[in-house]
Design a protein around this ligand. Structure first.
Ligand SMILES: NC(=O)c1ccc[n+]([C@@H]2O[C@H](COP(=O)([O-])OP(=O)(O)OC[C@H]3O[C@@H](n4cnc5c(N)ncnc54)[C@H](OP(=O)(O)O)[C@@H]3O)[C@@H](O)[C@H]2O)c1
Length: 260
């Protein structure tokens, strides 16, 4: 397997998992550059490479890099791409790891490697291995390198167009962000009545199975699915006003989806 010389820009939640995975599979992390020493230093020390807090200090490593991974807040990707374009070799592959940011925010040759997973301090038990990962590249040569980088976590890879990636990101927001929000609201409702917030924990198993097998629609249950008006009315009477509108909107949507 080809060994790549990589510079990582941004030492946040995603870099802290992906950079060690690349190192474990034999790639050479030359340097980590981030906004502050609080994030750059621990990652640099973990990887045993140099680190810095500004691009000019990273100049030597950037010049040598075959791949630069820009893993910063989405709104800064384009700015960093522009700032480093003249610091890297013309053949150096620029990568970002954002689901939502267009590929043309990078200069070519470039690729997106978007692992569809939530990276946050509470997600440390979710394995990186086999994570479904979306790849998009400016041309085949870049796609070859993107595949190689994603193989560091044996990614379950989908190679997509920009439009498909935007749709996948939208779907991920509906599934993960909305489902999590619903659980947060439900836990709040339980808490307000003095009930344990973990009371619904086994319901997660069914949700997970639907997510894993792609058959969530067939698993829908509940009063909206059954058209049970009496139970819906009892729920509405119990709901705090700021959740009632959400309940009504989702209920109407479930009824509509399952009416045909
Ligand atoms: N988190 C997720 O669940 C997830 C999942 C898939 C993809 N992504 C994508 O991964 C990328 C990074 O997200 P993240 O969650 O890792 O973000 P994050 O934890 O907020 O980390 C961003 C890092 O960028 C650094 N940074 C900010 N401005 C910088 C600059 N001008 N120069 C160099 N470094 C700078 C920050 O430094 P300081 O730490 O010093 O502030 C921080 O270490 C984003 O494109 C995001 O869309 C995130």
């Amino acid at each position: 397997m080809a060994k790549l010389r990589i510079v990582v820009v941004g030492a946040g939640q995603v870099s802290r998992e992906l950079a060690p995975a690349w190192q474990r599979t034999g790639h050479d992390i030359l340097h980590v550059v981030s906004r502050t020493a609080e994030s750059a230093q621990p990652l640099g020390e973990l990887l045993g490479c140099s680190w810095s807090t500004n691009l000019s200090e990273a100049a030597g490593a950037l010049r040598d890099a075959e791949v630069v991974v820009i893993a910063v807040t989405d709104g800064l990707i384009s700015e960093i791409s522009t700032a480093i374009t003249n610091m890297i070799s013309p053949s150096c592959l620029m990568v970002h790891v954002s689901g939502a940011t267009p590929l043309d925010h990078l200069r070519a040759p470039c690729a997106v490697i978007w692992p569809i997973r939530s990276f946050n301090p509470k997600a440390d038990k979710v394995p990186l291995a086999n994570t479904p990962t979306v790849l998009e590249a400016s041309e085949e040569k870049s796609m070859v390198l993107a595949r190689l980088l994603a193989s560091a976590w044996d990614a379950d890879v989908s190679e997509v167009s920009g439009t498909q990636r935007a749709a996948a990101h939208m779907a991920a927001a509906v599934a993960d962000n909305f489902a999590n929000h619903m659980f947060a609201e439900a836990q709040n409702l339980l808490d307000q009545r003095g009930l344990p917030k973990t009371l619904l924990r086994n319901l997660v198993l069914g949700l997970t199975q639907g997510g894993l097998q792609g058959d969530s629609r067939e698993r829908q249950t509940g009063p909206a699915r059954r058209g049970d008006e009496a139970t819906l009315a009892r729920h509405r009477a119990l709901l705090p006003e700021d959740v009632r509108e959400l309940y009504d909107t989702v209920t109407a949507h479930i009824i509509h989806r399952h009416s045909s």
